[in-house]
Design a protein around this ligand. Sequence first.
Ligand SMILES: [Zn+2]
Length: 225
Amino acid sequence: VTDPDRRREVAVACRILADAGLGDSIYGHVAARVTGHPDQFWVKPPGLGLAETAAESLLRMSLGGDVLKGQAPPHREWPIHAAIFASRSDVHAVVHTHPKFGITLPLSGQRLLPVNQDGALFHDGVPEFTAFAHLVDTIEDGQMVAQSLGMSRALFLLNHGVVVVGEDVAAATVGALMLERACEIQLLAPSGRPAPLADAITVARQRLQGARRVFDHHARRLGLS
Ligand SMILES: [Zn+2]
């Protein structure tokens, strides 16, 4: 992916997440590594909702927190992205949102189970970050979040929101949509028959292979392709 395309993808990802109802006024953000510069990333600027984000408004940042391009100071939670990019060379995009069902499921005391195709993507389990619920706005706080995430694809921030990572922008975005849908379906299911998919690993691989097409579908639907 060329860098202008990568930057554009981040803005499209914001719009797709907003359209799916994952926005929370001006909160939530998406970041992706700059193509050719793995120690830098593009990130949504503060003050705008996910639905208002355009490629031109994105900030280019270093992992140390310097704004290299863009007019605004960064989101106070930039350390979430920086710490994850620093600790996970396999991750090229990070989504952080405050989605209703992603917040509710851990509060229900349940663990997310791979009981549908969406949940299968998270068959390894989704850890919970329980240390605090305030803004992740220091490097130390970001490192704690990255440590909690470990090698997982997603993390529940208890009382706050979720983090979803991906090997590219499409995987992180579609992963965030799938996590929310998996949480909603599990919360809607009457308890009593948790029937995990026997072939969750295969389903997860198939859904990941389709992530780019799903991303492009949403972009077209929103008139952004
Ligand atoms: Zn947040």
